[in-house]
Design a protein around this ligand. Sequence first.
Ligand SMILES: [Zn+2]
Length: 304
Amino acid sequence: MSPAARRSPRRAARRPSPSRLRLTHFGAAGWSITDGRTVVLLDPYLSRIRFQGRPYGPAEAPAVAGDRRPALGMDDVPVSDTRTIDERIGEAHFVLLSHSHFNHCMDVPYIARRTGATVIGSESTANVARLGGVPEAQILTVRGGEDYALGAVSIRVIPSLHSALSGKHYFQSGTTRRDGPPLHLSEYLEGGTLAYLIRIGGRALLAFGSMNYVEREVEGLRPDVVLVAAAAPRREIHDDTGRLLRALGRPPVVVATHWDVQGLPYGAPQDEALKEADTFVTEVRAVSPRSRVLVPRHFETVTV
Ligand SMILES: [Zn+2]
């Protein structure tokens, strides 16, 4: 129940009671969100390719015992792990993309073709979908600022920013091409970064897919749940966690996303990344001690 509803029983009585939401984490910035009726996927990247090369990856691919996957460089063409996707993703109605780097976007064509879900994202994201054979009718291109009614859910698109990688030297312009041969890793361009306020089952969930945001674009939003990208590049941002949670009125539920090392396969130890996530949890507790804060592991489902 929202604080407003608690104060006003009459108002609460008029509202349909909010649903429980089930949030399943796929690693990276990937999620399935459902109220039991509509399934919304966020940045669903399940292929977890072993990659190396700047600016997104380490100079050497991460190695873990038993991992026999070839290390891909930025000039290689990645292939989706359709077996893992089929095991983990059933039906889906919407696929929302924060941006179109490969570790967010490369599995979108396969997922959208298989599920028939509507893809929502930037022009770059739309082009990744087009190039991957997703029908035009299934693609909604957005710029930030839209607030779309989509049947049982509505989705407000929030202008946002990419992580300040490489010690703030990160910058990438351009738009991913829409036709031609399959994309190399380096051709999945950011294409601008978006966040989403998803109203589903009587609840509002705000989702980020990169370690940055535009404060004035989120100021005054009052989500029930916020997914905050929590890996180390957030330290490049002034008072990253504090400014965000204050701007949002200290949401009741704060969930860490994008906390893991994505070049490692599912099941590999993520000890270092989890240690970093613990520092995020400490930051949340400092600014918003009454929030429930969660760091879901791969394929863990949390109910909020
Ligand atoms: Zn990125």
